[in-house]
Design a protein around this ligand. Structure first.
Ligand SMILES: C[S@@+](CC[C@H](N)C(=O)[O-])C[C@H]1O[C@@H](n2cnc3c(N)ncnc32)[C@H](O)[C@@H]1O
Length: 269
């Protein structure tokens, strides 16, 4: 994947299986909350839905159960993830769901104004050109169609007791992600991005995922470990030490962590 495409590529992960597992956990961990959010945002059973950057398709599959009289298209740039998505779809025997390889920067192949609802989960933090992606999404939505974006913002990431290296680790990972075109502070920007792209009725809510809901180890795997994979291999040893310090929280009784999940919705006029 070229640098211009953004900061996420499954292929950079040395521990691919671990990352696949993380994607699955990440897709399931907030699912019940997400379903409520989709319905509150206006998703209904007749809609044609696009899950863009769908990864291994867990959200797509859940969306297809809610849009049971319509249909869901999952699009992702990575064929390996799409194979997993298709395999799971066969297992689950879901008929109103299809997966296609494609790029968020070029959705023309799908056709114009064909979707009622577009979902994009944990992709805007990786995009070099978020406005170009939003313009593309705008064009595949029907007039009145709904967009729903879900993403993070590192300002809403906290651990207590705070490891002494947490701030520097987060700063370093933000710089590395930015160099690859990503943005770990994208959550706060989504509302403005949507309005600038011409969407109306734009609203943002912030939900939390904390160690009240999952174990500290799972929480750190989701929110911290994967960032090290984007960092240069030459500094691997130093990074592993940094991680060790942060993971020491798993042995501290009553340690706590929380991350804010930004959900921004809007409509095409
Ligand atoms: C962090 S994963 C999120 C996957 C899924 N939405 C989820 O929440 O589990 C980011 C996904 O974006 C995909 N991706 C990255 N750049 C893309 C692009 N330019 N167009 C489409 N998909 C892209 C990756 O292959 C990966 O599946």
């Amino acid at each position: 994947m070229s640098e211009k495409l953004g900061s996420y590529s499954l292929n950079v992960f040395q521990e691919k299986e671990q990352e696949l597992q993380r994607l699955k956990t990440q897709a399931n961990v907030f699912l019940e909350q997400e379903k409520k959010i989709w319905i509150q945002s206006g998703l209904n059973s007749n809609m044609e839905v696009l899950d863009v950057a769908c990864g291994c398709g867990i959200s797509s599959s859940e969306l297809s159960k809610l849009a049971f009289a319509g249909g869901v298209t999952g699009v992702d740039i990575n064929p390996e993830l799409l194979e997993i998505a298709k395999f799971n779809q066969k297992l689950e025997k879901i008929n109103n769901l299809r997966f296609q390889e494609g790029n968020i920067y070029d959705l023309n192949f799908l056709g114009q104004e064909i979707f009622d609802f577009v979902y994009a989960r944990f992709i805007f933090q990786h995009l070099f050109e978020p406005m170009k992606a939003l313009n593309n999404i705008y064009n595949v939505l029907q007039p009145g169609g709904i967009i729903c974006l879900l993403d993070i913002d590192d300002a809403w990431f906290t651990l207590y007791p705070e490891p002494s290296n947490l701030t520097s680790f987060c700063q370093m990972s933000a710089v590395v992600q930015k160099e690859k075109g990503g943005d770990r502070y994208v959550g706060r920007k989504l509302n403005t991005y949507l309005k600038n792209a011409g969407f109306i009725d734009v609203q943002t809510s912030i939900y939390t995922l904390s160690t009240d809901n999952i174990s500290m180890k799972d929480f750190l795997d989701l929110s911290v470990r994967f960032r090290s994979e984007f960092m240069p291999l030459s500094s691997r040893e130093a990074i592993d030490k940094e991680l060790q310090e942060i993971y020491s929280l798993t042995t501290i009784p009553n340690a706590w962590g929380v991350v804010g999940i930004f959900i921004t919705t809007g409509r095409r006029s």
